[in-house]
Ligand binder design. Structure first.
Ligand code: ASP
Length: 308
């Protein structure tokens, strides 16, 4: 079977390269996604995932993460987790070692501890410069972003996983789409996987990731499916009298074909498959539904190309 992996935002190139290395050696899609996300969770230069992520209104770092195994439809998710560098590993442990799908806050932290996952203190998780930036911007916090990664391994297993600190300056306890199955992520090894990034409140309203996988099941190519989802989500929000915020999605089918779409400028993603070298690809906003929103600085964008 063809292996492949795709993830949101250019900062995920390191994750995609790591995941590709795992997949190439016949590793599992779960290990590929988890090990890829670990690099982004640890990287202090990435302001919206893991260690050094955006702080909530109280200056605390609350992390959300999830993983779905497309072979079994098993799900693991955590939300509002503090003091753990790798929330994606807690999510994986929820999936593999409990009868539950989602554990939040202190419960997730105790569970992580019981699984032997290493905790980290605030000095490590929230470096001084991040706290200073939070102090300076706390009256007007902007920014959010997620690593959403899909990996397809040589056995045909499709996994989708996410990790994020969610919306900058969020009300403590706020949970976005990223740990919510069907909204922020979805995987079905008989079809493919999808993952979202953007304003979680809007992505949740429109259940983007499940819809994307269903459209691929109905015969659409990944690019057709993802464009349809972003367009219809944007239009549905408008049709209900609301102003849409950022919505972007990546997806990959079980054959390693991929697609991506956004309703805003500045979105790009990283991808690598058996026959496509690791690369960052820029996404033009969909015609007729383009909004302005805050996006991170993009260093290495290559325009064009899709995976069809
Ligand atoms: N969707 C994430 C959230 O709302 C943030 C993002 O991906 O931009 O928590």
């Amino acid at each position: 079977m063809m292996w492949g992996t795709i993830a949101t935002w250019p900062f995920s190139l390191q994750a995609v390269e790591k995941a590709a290395a795992v997949l190439q050696k016949n590793g599992t899609a779960m290990d590929a996604a988890e090990q890829g996300i670990h690099l982004v969770e640890t990287d202090l230069s990435i302001e919206s995932v893991g260690r050094g992520g955006w702080l909530n209104a109280d200056g605390k770092l609350e992390l959300d993460a999830a993983m779905m195994n497309g072979d079994t439809l098993e799900i693991g998710a955590v939300a509002g987790v503090q003091h753990y560098e790798h929330p994606v590993s807690i999510a994986r442990a929820v999936m593999e070692h409990t009868r539950h799908n989602m554990i939040i806050g202190k419960g997730a932290e105790s569970f992580a501890c019981s699984m032997g996952i290493k905790a980290a203190d605030d000095t490590y998780m929230i470096p001084e410069n991040i706290r200073k930036i939070w102090q300076q911007n706390k009256e007007n916090p902007i920014g959010h972003d997620t690593i959403g990664i899909i990996s397809v391994d040589q056995n045909g297993t499709v996994v989708s996983a996410t990790s994020t600190s969610g919306a900058n300056g969020k009300i403590p306890g706020r949970v976005g789409d990223s740990p919510l199955v069907g909204s922020g992520f979805y995987a079905d090894s008989q079809i493919g996987g999808a993952a979202a990034t953007g304003l979680g409140e809007d992505i949740m309203r429109t259940c983007c990731s499940f819809r994307c996988v269903q459209l691929m099941a109905s015969g659409m190519t990944p690019q057709q499916a993802v464009e349809t989802v972003v367009r219809t989500a944007h239009e549905a929000i408008l049709a209900h009298g609301r102003k849409p915020d950022c919505i972007a999605l990546v997806c990959m089918n079980k054959h390693g074909q991929f697609g991506a779409a956004a309703n805003h400028t500045g979105f790009s993603y990283a991808v690598c498959t058996e026959n496509h070298p690791a690369q960052i690809i820029g996404v033009s906003p969909l015609a007729g539904c383009c909004i302005d929103c805050f996006v991170p600085e993009i260093n290495q964008t290559v325009k064009g190309e899709d995976g069809i």
